[in-house]
Write a protein of this length. Structure first.
Length: 205
């Protein structure tokens, strides 16, 4: 694969996993919709955390592969199962959506430090963050081989910058849209389809 196609693959995979509806994304978007805290430190924290997890995955899985090449095959199938399960959960949420984000002004307003601390909890205490970035993206990056693994990691990092900037700074424009369960339903449906397509790609690869 070329560096460009590898970079684009990293962007696509990164968006497919990072954009999945979860506590961290919902919290960042909710704070952005409310406009009650400074979003720059929140977005910056999310981006740096995502980069750290991705780099940890690329470096750590790389060492594992060098010492046990057969591990990549095992992790490949773990990745397939994970993608299909992830897609199933997303499809389930699309079929039975929640109540949407609450955008009323009655909730207690956190400080910026408190909001960043909440993001830290949502990020670093979330097992899916390690599965997504460290295990799964790390494995996919190392499948590219050589320096291309860092190109893939750069693509995943770009995906994080794009996504967190979108939900962090674009939340106000989406205030009415994402207060409706239907918006999350469409996003989850797209994620479900993408996860299945990526799983098929892994099987064929």
């Amino acid at each position: 694969m070329t560096a460009t196609s590898t970079l684009l693959m990293g962007v696509g995979m990164g968006l497919g996993l990072i954009a999945a509806v979860g506590a961290q994304n919902a919290y960042v978007l909710q704070r952005s919709i409310r406009g009650d805290v400074a979003m720059v430190p929140i977005v910056a924290f999310c981006v740096v955390s995502e980069a750290a997890l991705i780099l940890l995955g690329v470096a750590g899985v790389g060492v594992l592969i060098e010492s046990a090449p057969a591990a990549i095959t095992v992790m490949k199938w773990i990745g397939v199962v994970f993608l299909l399960a992830y897609g199933a959960f997303a499809a389930s949420r699309a079929i039975r959506p929640g109540d949407g984000l609450q955008v009323d002004g009655n909730a207690r307003v956190p400080s910026t430090l408190g909001a960043v601390a909440a993001c830290a909890a949502f990020t670093w205490l979330n097992p899916h963050a390690y599965l997504d970035c460290v295990v799964f993206l790390g494995t996919l990056a190392n499948q590219q081989g050589g320096d291309l693994r860092w190109v893939f990691a750069a693509g995943a990092f770009i995906a994080g910058v794009l996504w967190f900037s979108l939900i962090g700074f674009g939340g106000k424009a989406l205030r009415g849209l994402f207060a409706r369960p239907g918006a999350w339903r469409v996003l989850d449906a797209g994620i479900a389809v993408m996860m299945v397509v990526l799983a098929i790609g892994l099987i064929r690869g």
